[in-house]
Every structure is written in C-alpha cells, then in structure tokens.
Ligand binder design. Structure first.
Ligand SMILES: [Zn+2]
Length: 487
C-alpha cells in the first residue's frame, strides 16, 4: 500500500481538495445509494478511499501526455495500396451494373457476378489467416412492396469475419454497400458503374480486410459489403438485425459510402479532410430527458466519432476527420442507420464535397455535362487516405479495450465536484476520465483514474461533460462512455 500512502501525503499539498473529501467520496462510492456498482464498489472503504486518492493525485499531478502511435497499427496503415484500391474499383465497374435487380444478368455482368467476385477476394484473404477469418453470404428474399421493390428479389451481402482472441464477442464492423444504381433504382439492365457509390467503399473494405488479416485483434472485426442499400438499406438492416438477434456485442460500425473523390460540384477542393457523420439521439432515447441533461451531443455514436477523430489524427495526420453532427446528409441515408436502428453505435465516412451529377444518374452527356458515376472522377490517392483512416480506427478499436458497459455520475446530492463510477472493462490496465466544457465539440482534458472503477474530481458536473474510457497496458484507449446520472 505504499503507493496509497504516498497518494494521501501528496494530496495534503493539493489546494483543491477540501478536508474529508476523500472520505466523502468513498462514502458515496461504497454506500447503498449507487445501485449496481461493480466489484470495486464492494471493496473496503479504506481501499476505495485509497484508490480515489490515487486517482485524484494522478489527475492533479500528471499533465496529459499525447498518445503515441502503436507500431503494429502504423504498420497496417502503411500497407494500404492506392493501386490495389484502383484495381478493385475498376473490376467492380466492369460488372456493368450491380443493381439489386440485375441478379439474373448474363455471366460476367450484374450484382451477383460482383458478389461472387467479392466473396472470392475475401476467401483469398481468409486463406492466409489459419482459419481466423471466415466468409459468408447473408441472404434472404425481399418481397415486392409495390413501391421500390417491384418484384420479389434475393438480397445477398458478403460478410467476412476476422475472429478476435478475447472471450465475450466484442465486435466492430467496417461496412459498405456493393450494389449500384442509375436514375431508376429498379433498373437492372442498363449500366450503373457505381465507381464512387459505392465501389469506393467496397474497395476500402476489401483493402482493410487485406491489411488487417495478418494482425491478431482482441475484438472480432466484421468486413461487410451489403446488397440493396439503394432500395432502402435492406442488406445492412438484415445483417444488423441478425447481429442483434444473436446477441453480438457490436460496439461500433464504420460505414463507408462515397469516399473516393476529392473534387466535387465546386471543382477541386481541399482533399485534406473526410466527413464523419454521427447521430445525436440513439434509438429509443427520451428526447425530454436528454434535453434536461444536456446530453444531446453524447450518443454512443457521437463518442465513436470523437474516438475516430482522435485516432485518425494520430495515424493519418494528412487527413482531418471533420465531424458532422448529423445522422447523414439531407435527402440521403446510409447503412450506418441500420446499425443505429438496431441499437449499435455507428458512423459514416463521406468524401469532402459530393458531385450530385455523378450519383444515381444514367451515364450520359446532357447540356455539356457528363452524368454518371464513372471511374475517371475518382481520386485513388484520396481513397487510400480514407482507407488508412479506417484501418487505423478499426485496429485501435479492436486492439484496444472496449468501452465501459455502463458509467454513471452521482447526482445524489448538491456538490461542486463530480463523483463517477463505471463497470470494469476486460483488458483495462487503468481508466481515464475525459472532460470538456458543455460548449466544446471534442474532449479537452483527461484525468488518469488509475485502476479504480470510480473517482471524485474537483470539477463541477454542472459545468462539464465527462466521458469514461479504459486504457490497456500498451497505452491504447477505448471509446468513452457517457456517464448517466444516478441518485
Ligand atoms: Zn451509396
């Protein structure tokens, strides 16, 4: 207990800690008022006071140290190849159309020819993983609805799963849709090249699977290329519902859809950023309660977006992740919404500025304007940057610790400090409490809470927003959990 004693001694020199603060904090954390407290909550009062003291000491004495890149993750990021991305995208375009209703096209053309090729690519990647990666089709028949589905049609998505080595089934998904469309979303005959929408995302998912197949993640990574996004997110909705029904612990979906062009309607633009969309209110949330708490900017998806921003900056400094506080763009949606609808955190990557003449359009020249989603509008150096960003975020998620299943802030009494608790996270060496002012977009400060699963901080819960995250023995941090009030 020498560290504990040192903690108490040092605390006497810290001006912000009132006499008795540690004992009061221990009372709060071990008392019956906080329901469902984890194993640490059943520890002795003395032990808890010790842990809290240590956390207070660390928080006060340690400056926030910038995280260092993990060499294994940096290595995976460095293997992303713009040439392979180009080759994949060209191959996908060469199927002529990948419209969901092109499934009975002649050999070499259509959505199922593309599906079979994608599955073959995944199988070739999986062959080098000693059985850790498996490839499957997620299929069902979507029945005619008299609207966007004029006839019964088989939906067939390709899903590759790289199994993690930890128990518990923690899972992350990198998704895209491989189907395409032209002006008529039920036209299975005429060309729909879909180079950017969404050959780009499909190429990124295949490339990420390639460079991560050689790694040994702790969590399971699912690489998904969905069918029938263009008819209403059907493929992803079916898969997300299946994951939910199977009880999968999906802690994040990174959806990639239209990520391959750096020049948009406004001409060449700053290619130094990618947009990251995330929803405000999670499925089933009570907007009145969220309004009262001021937690409208802290959905699990938003915390995932912040995590992606921080990790991306560390590993791909040339590409800024620009957070957009919206589920998606106006008049548009994406497969990430199937995950949020199923109760899983999800974000969507989109290129900086879109060209709407290239999306969902018949290939044609009209009024001197080239319409259609053609290869020549792609920027594979840019697509490689977005792919690197995804690889870094996926690897950091799967190699690092998960987020606390539950975190809470004690609102039992009126105080000007903040007492937090959280459930333990497997693989955590310690915990951090991130915080920001209510008007800030990103975390600005961090306090090291040591190994305790609770801490009292000398910052008012009325003025700050907190997030609790686990850190492993290598210094890799997980996604922050927003602490819910608990009386
Ligand atoms: Zn799309």
């Amino acid at each position: 207990m020498r560290a504990c004693a040192a903690g108490f001694i040092a605390l006497t020199t810290l001006p912000f800690i009132a006499p008795g603060a540690i004992a009061r904090a221990a009372d709060r954390l071990t008392g019956p008022a906080i329901d469902g407290y984890g194993p640490a909550g059943r520890a002795s009062r003395a032990g808890m006071a010790c842990a809290i003291a240590a956390a207070l000491l660390h928080g006060a004495a340690r400056a926030q140290t910038p995280r260092q890149p993990d060499p294994a993750i940096a290595q995976a990021v460095s293997q992303v190849s713009p040439d392979r991305l180009r080759a994949t995208d060209e191959r996908l375009v060469a199927f002529g159309t990948r419209n969901t209703f092109s499934e009975t096209s002649p050999a070499g053309r259509g959505v199922f020819a593309a599906r079979d090729w994608i599955a073959g690519q995944f199988r070739a990647i999986a062959a080098g993983t000693g059985g850790r990666m498996t490839v499957a089709l997620d299929e069902y028949v979507q029945h005619a609805d008299g609207k966007r589905v004029p006839r019964d049609v088989k939906i067939s998505s390709v899903v590759a799963t790289l199994r993690g080595d930890e128990p518990g089934g923690r899972t992350y998904v990198m998704s895209s849709h491989y189907d395409s469309r032209n002006t008529d979303d039920a036209d299975g005959t005429r060309d729909a090249p879909g180079a950017d929408d969404n050959g780009s995302g499909t190429a990124a998912v295949l490339e990420a699977a390639r460079v991560l197949a050689g790694t040994h993640p702790h969590a399971t990574i699912v690489f998904a290329t969905y069918d029938a996004e263009e008819q209403g997110l059907f493929g992803s909705a079916h898969h997300a519902a299946a994951l939910r029904a199977a009880g999968a612990d999906v802690q994040g979906d990174l959806n990639n859809d239209i990520i391959g062009a750096s020049a948009g309607d406004r001409g060449p633009t700053d290619a130094g950023f990618v947009r990251i969309f995330s929803e405000a209110l999670p499925a089933g949330a009570d907007p009145h309660r969220i309004n009262r708490l001021g937690s409208e900017n802290d959905s699990p998806s938003r915390e995932l977006a912040r995590f992606a921003h921080d990790v991306g900056r560390l590993y791909v400094p040339g590409l800024d992740g620009r957070l957009v506080y919206r589920a998606d763009r106006f008049l548009r949606g994406g497969d990430q919404e199937s995950f949020t609808a199923a109760g899983f955190p999800a974000i969507r990557f989109v290129e900086p500025v879109e060209t709407f003449a290239h999306q969902h359009q018949d290939v044609r020249v009209e009024g001197g304007v080239q319409y259609g989603d053609l290869e020549r509008f792609m920027d594979f150096a840019y697509l490689a940057q977005v792919t690197r960003y995804n690889v870094a975020v996926l690897a950091a998620l799967a190699q690092g610790p998960g987020r606390p299943a539950r975190a809470w802030v004690s609102t039992k009494e009126l105080t000007n400090d903040t007492t937090l608790g959280w459930t333990p996270v497997a693989g955590a060496a310690r915990y951090e409490v991130a915080r920001r002012r209510t008007t800030d977009a990103l975390w600005t400060d961090t306090t090291d809470a040591g190994q305790a699963t609770g801490v009292t901080l000398p910052y008012s819960k009325d003025d700050w927003i907190f997030g609790v995250r686990a850190v492993d023995s290598q210094g890799r941090a997980g996604v922050a959990a927003y602490p819910a009030p608990q009386r």
